[in-house]
Design a binder for this molecule. Structure first.
Ligand SMILES: [Zn+2]
Length: 314
């Protein structure tokens, strides 16, 4: 299979269109919030699943080589040039493998109180979460178009927070004009060169990205690939934030903390967390002022997501 067709992120964060006079309830997601603890590991792609198996078939170049001829009157085989093996065909749907086998960071120990967490996708054993490869940097680019003033630092802080909680090494690569929305190829050599495309974080309006319609203020997800029967590993992802609603949110009391919690929540999805129905966790599908930061269950899940396998052949 040569094509990789990532699904558009559809994990949403929602906010009410206008503040109520009561305690603000930042609704995060129209989804039920019911985690999927045991998704079928390799079934057909489903909405909400961020796994795109990349079946890598070995390419065997060349054909059957004939034995060298024997001259009949000498009885001595003529020395033949050894066949030159044809160069294996370079797959066009993935970059040169990383070859990296040493984790770049160390995830913190999970907190004593485990809390509640759930993963977006599991390996075939039904237990181990699909995660990013800890042996390579997770590069990310920011799309500045439509970013509310003063939010770039907030995004970097949130990325750093997720980096601390996972031990994964995030590296900011700069700005991009890559459009948001729609399907995104995980390998874009023309734009990003011979590597997996970096994580794309950006702001869009409802008009630009229908995913953000209504109360939705964010969407995030990652694309996982596997090599044959090997473990699935996330190679890139997207975080889309609603640049149309953010200014209004920032104008509310506590709005900056709320927006930061939305960004953190979406980054939690990016690295592999799913919703939980425990409202003490940040991955609860409703943002609450009482939970502005990662809680025990979130941190437990993120610690595990920093311990995924290294896949040097991808
Ligand atoms: Zn969510």
């Amino acid at each position: 299979m040569t094509g990789v067709h990532p699904q558009h992120p559809d994990d949403h964060a929602r906010l009410p269109a206008s503040p109520t006079g009561r305690t603000p309830q930042w609704l995060l997601d129209e989804l039920t919030g019911t985690p999927e603890p045991s998704p079928p590991p390799r079934g057909p792609r489903r909405r909400g699943r961020w796994v795109v198996p990349l079946a890598v078939a070995a390419v065997v170049a060349g054909g059957v080589l004939a034995d060298p001829p024997v001259w009949p009157w000498t009885g001595t085989p003529v020395a033949a040039e050894p066949p030159v093996p044809a160069a294996p065909e370079r797959p066009t749907d993935r970059p040169t493998p990383s070859g990296a086998t040493t984790p770049l960071g160390r995830p913190p120990s999970p907190p004593a109180a485990a809390g509640t967490h759930a993963y977006a996708a599991l390996q075939e054993d039904g237990v181990t979460p699909v995660a990013y490869d800890p042996c390579r940097e997770i590069r990310y680019v920011l799309r500045p178009d439509g970013a509310p003033p003063g939010t770039e630092g907030m995004v970097h802080e949130a990325v750093a927070r997720i980096g601390e909680a996972t031990g994964l090494r995030f590296v900011h690569e700069g700005a991009t004009d890559e459009p948001l929305g729609g399907e995104r190829a995980p390998f874009q050599p023309d734009r990003y060169g011979d590597r997996w495309a970096p994580v794309l974080i950006g702001w869009a309006t409802e008009a630009e990205d229908p995913t953000l319609a209504g109360d939705v203020v964010g969407a995030a997800g990652s694309t996982a690939v596997s090599l044959g029967e090997g473990p699935r590993v996330y190679v890139t992802g997207t975080v889309t934030l609603d640049g149309g609603q953010a200014p209004e949110l920032l104008g509310r009391p506590g709005g900056a903390a709320a927006l930061r919690s939305v960004v953190l929540h979406e980054l939690g999805h990016l690295v592999g967390l799913a919703h939980v129905d425990d409202d003490r966790e940040l991955m609860y599908p409703e943002a609450r002022p009482a939970v502005p930061d990662l809680a025990d269950g979130d941190r437990t899940g993120l610690s595990a997501l920093g311990r995924g396998p290294c896949v040097p052949d991808l």
